[in-house]
Design a protein around this ligand. Structure first.
Ligand SMILES: *Cc1c(COP(=O)(O)O)cnc(C)c1O
Ligand code: SF4
Length: 337
């Protein structure tokens, strides 16, 4: 996370910081931009207070003006539905807390560990499974990472380090570079995986410096982006993904199956096609984690199974994502078959 000092010390903000600063934070403004002013009554002030709206203008530009059911809009608009308590939907839906082996470090699966590298995102997705995560408790300054780094040094079974969040690309290139340097110094680490939605929602973030950092690292870079709909993979986002792929980075996509966003064969097939056309491999389609406030996005797993079966008839085998669910206590994400 960039500190205020760091931003002050460079006289000019980078383009992506400027784009981030210009993100829309007012639901009424978002709807006005989309010529949907009359739908402002649908917005829940209480939901927006609990988890604020945040939408970069690049993402807004890919929404259809005049369409209250736009699949991109639906992912970000705070609604009253979020406030309804629904049995089974809880704060820590994936029991992350018990796998925290050091501040900011989650070690759940064999061979890979995950660092909560930043607490914020450039977009607030209403279904986010980390919307209740206590980010305030995680490390902020580089030195705060020392216990996590020490844990990684002493466990030679870990060969892959995941940077997650929040969104790890909310770190400045300078800060990310310092962290990667420390990780490179751990001999048994071989791969660096970055889980980020920024190439999708804030494509400016794919800077030349970032590409250089990833491709020049001793660690093999894998970037896992998060796109849920083909309408996201256009324009500046499409260009940013191409740049990552052409630089030689393995780029995978994970999506979440969301009611009213991508719960149809057409939507999922178009998403996969858009991704593979730019060289991004569909990796996971996640069953929604049952986080409080997200129940209205849930799709029945039987429907999900049928959608995947239909996708298999339409797409190359490599373009069909694995349909998975996070089940607490399992040694891996569980494939729903
Ligand atoms: C999902 C996840 C991973 C990565 O799992 P893969 O199946 O390798 O993609 C690692 N650590 C945690 C805590 C996770 O939730
Ligand atoms: S980008 Fe990812 S971590 Fe951030 S709000 Fe969206 S789903 Fe959550």
């Amino acid at each position: 996370m960039f500190s205020v000092d760091e931003r002050k010390s460079s006289n000019v903000l980078s383009d992506w910081h400027r784009s981030l600063a210009a993100a829309i934070r007012d639901p009424a403004e978002l709807l006005h931009e989309l010529r949907l002013g009359e739908f402002a009554v649908r917005v829940s002030a209480a939901a927006a207070k609990a988890f604020p709206l945040m939408v970069p203008r690049s993402f807004l530009a890919r929404m259809r003006p005049g369409d209250p059911d736009d699949p991109l809009l639906r992912q970000v608009l705070p609604l009253d539905d979020e406030l309804q308590p629904v049995a089974g939907f809880v704060s820590d839906a994936v029991s992350d807390a018990e796998f925290r082996t050091a501040p900011g470090l989650l070690h759940k699966y064999h061979g890979r560990a995950l660092m909560i590298a930043a607490g914020s995102c450039a977009v607030n997705c209403r279904y986010c499974f980390r919307r209740h995560y206590p980010y305030g408790d995680e490390p902020r300054r580089l030195d705060d990472w020392e216990p996590a780094l020490e844990q990684l040094r002493t466990d030679s079974s870990i060969s892959e380090l995941l940077l997650s969040g929040g969104d790890p690309l909310m770190l400045t290139d300078a800060r990310l570079g310092q962290l990667i340097e420390r990780l490179e110094a751990i001999p048994h680490l071989r791969r660096l995986r970055i889980h980020t939605r920024l190439p999708i929602v804030l494509p400016d973030r794919v800077t030349d410096q970032l590409l250089a950092m990833l491709t020049e690292s001793r660690l093999t870079p894998i970037v896992v982006v998060h796109s849920n709909h083909a309408a996201e993979v256009v324009a500046d986002c499409e260009a940013a993904l191409r740049r990552l792929v052409r630089a030689g980075v393995t780029v995978l996509n994970q999506a979440v199956l969301l009611r009213g966003v991508n719960d149809s064969v057409d939507a999922l097939a178009e998403l996969s096609e858009s991704l593979i056309n730019v060289g991004v491999m569909p990796y996971y389609l996640h069953q929604l984690d049952r986080v409080a406030g997200a129940a209205h996005f849930e799709v029945d797993p039987d429907v999900g199974r049928r959608l995947i079966a239909e996708l298999r008839k339409r797409l190359p085998g490599y373009a069909v994502p694995r349909y998975v669910q996070e089940i607490a206590g399992e040694a891996h994400k569980t494939v729903i078959e």
